[in-house]
Design a binder for this molecule. Structure first.
Ligand SMILES: [Zn+2]
Length: 264
């Protein structure tokens, strides 16, 4: 990622892995002087009465914050037990899917999506009784959540970071352009920003969410949401949705509010 960022002449990138911070030190160690690594996180959080997870981004977090580290570990442990349970259920109906098979879908740890992909692509449900496949797919998709949106936001704040609502265009299936009223309840959890500059081919949506942010009086963040996947041409998304220096500086300034808060 760092090498790709240098190649693209970027001056800063944020590392926001899902529920894990281990990539940040490596990125910092690899980064040359002209490239700032913004320490970040994307927390997979629960929202009441919704099966869909809400992703909460944190920027400028202190990666040594023990409260945040403990919460993230709890999330990964919960997910590991979930994966084990589903793999066991697959074995019980005579299917074979092992942890190693899931590695190709996730770089840091496996969750529901890796299980579903592994089951479908590996054909592990072939020959299972009718209804069994669907039951196992549903079981795999029903991931456990270690924190609510509100808890995620307060963990990010306690670690001196700013919290942003990730890719609002993906919050509700089939409704990419949500109005301000629809986002207000999420922001009421204490979020500082919304990801207005989200990676959408051709850039549509950003203008809409910039005006939503203005209506709601919150900051904006943005990024290419690069998950490392390569296109047929061998390209990755990094840098495909950049933000201006002003956007970065406004987030940094906001983070100082939380950094300067006296320790409890
Ligand atoms: Zn996300």
């Amino acid at each position: 990622m760092v090498a790709e960022a240098v190649e693209r002449d970027l001056s800063a990138i944020a590392i926001t892995d899902h529920d894990v911070l281990t990539g940040i030190d490596a990125a910092r160690a690899a980064a040359p002087d002209g490239l700032e690594i913004v320490p970040g996180i994307e927390m997979t959080a629960a929202w009441p009465d919704s099966a869909r997870a809400v992703h909460v981004l944190g920027y400028f977090i202190d990666v040594t914050n023990t409260e945040l580290l403990a919460a993230l570990k709890r999330a990964r442990d919960l997910m590991a037990s979930h994966v084990d349970l589903v793999l066991e259920a697959i074995r019980r109906v005579g299917g074979t899917l092992e942890r190693e098979h899931l590695d190709r879908y996730r770089h840091r740890y496996a969750g529901g999506a890796a299980l579903v992909l592994g089951m479908l692509e590996g054909g592990v449900l072939r020959g299972a009784l009718p209804g069994t496949g669907m039951r196992l797919l549903r079981m795999a998709a029903a991931e456990p959540r270690a924190y609510s949106v509100r808890e995620a936001v307060s963990l990010i704040h306690a670690a001196g970071g700013v919290a942003s609502l990730a890719h609002p265009s993906k919050l509700k299936r089939g409704e990419p352009l949500l109005p301000a009223e629809a986002l207000a309840p999420f922001l009421a959890s204490g979020m500082d920003a919304i990801e207005a500059w989200q990676w959408i081919p051709n850039g549509w949506g950003s203008r809409h969410y910039l005006s939503v942010a203005q209506t709601l009086g919150v900051l904006v963040s943005g990024g290419s949401d690069d998950h490392g996947k390569r296109t047929a041409e061998g390209k990755i998304r990094l840098g495909a949705q950049s933000v201006s220096a002003e956007v970065l500086e406004a987030l940094r300034e906001r983070s100082l509010v939380f950094r300067q808060r006296p320790a409890r």
